[in-house]
Design a protein around this ligand. Structure first.
Ligand code: HEC
Length: 170
């Protein structure tokens, strides 16, 4: 959460600096000040980008392992790109919900990390339990993989839910 606040503050400062630079360049020949301010704005922009990426917890190795484990264990129900079943919010003939999307278009992002791990470990109504087959680390890598499909704004909403949940359960 703090990271996001920090990032948006840096982004705001950085774009402000950038407009100051542009305004200055209209009024006068770009001199040393302009160059150093513009350099600073560029550097800040680069920092913002790195922070946005590193704000997501799983790294490329975690995500690659998660993708493989997903294909081996989850793909038959949640589909190739975790898009789930088209009619996932309508109960089937036996009164159960079909596998939902995990790609950020349904409500998976409403669950904090520890509850996602628990759900995959212990299963649910139709969702099988994977605790005997996958370690918590492997389950976490799968979560990193499907989270890598979430747009930034979905991830950022999830990160806030996750943070409040962690604080309330401490
Ligand atoms: C046999 C089909 C099936 C398999 C295999 C399966 N799931 Fe599910 N999953 C479901 C169903 C159906 C649900 C909806 C809850 C229920 O009825 O159990 C679900 C729910 C979920 C949810 C909660 C989604 C939400 O929005 O609340 C997550 C997360 C999830 N599955 C992850 C996985 C992962 C990760 C794997 C592989 C390790 C996996 N599932 C394998 C059928 C499956």
């Amino acid at each position: 959460m703090l990271n996001f606040v920090k990032n948006s503050t840096v982004a705001a400062v950085s774009s402000l600096l950038f407009s100051v630079c542009t305004a200055q360049s209209d009024l006068e020949q770009p001199g040393r000040n302009f160059n150093s301010l513009k350099d600073l704005a560029d550097k800040l922009n680069a920092t913002v980008q790195t922070n946005v990426e590193s704000a997501r917890e799983g790294n490329a190795d975690n995500i690659a392992r998660g993708a493989k484990l997903y294909k081996e264990n989850c793909v038959q129900c949640h589909r190739d790109n975790a898009q789930g079943t088209p009619n996932w919010h309508t109960k089937d003939a036996s009164g159960n919900y079909p596998p939902p999307p995990l790609n950020g278009t349904a409500h998976t992002w409403h669950h904090p990390q520890s509850l996602l791990v628990k759900l995959i470990r212990d299963g649910s109504k139709v969702m099988p339990a994977f605790g005997a087959k996958l370690s918590d680390e492997e389950i976490t890598d799968i979560i990193y993989w499907f989270q890598s499909l979430w747009p930034d704004e979905v991830y950022s909403s999830w990160a806030q839910i996750n943070q409040s949940y962690k604080e309330s359960s401490n």
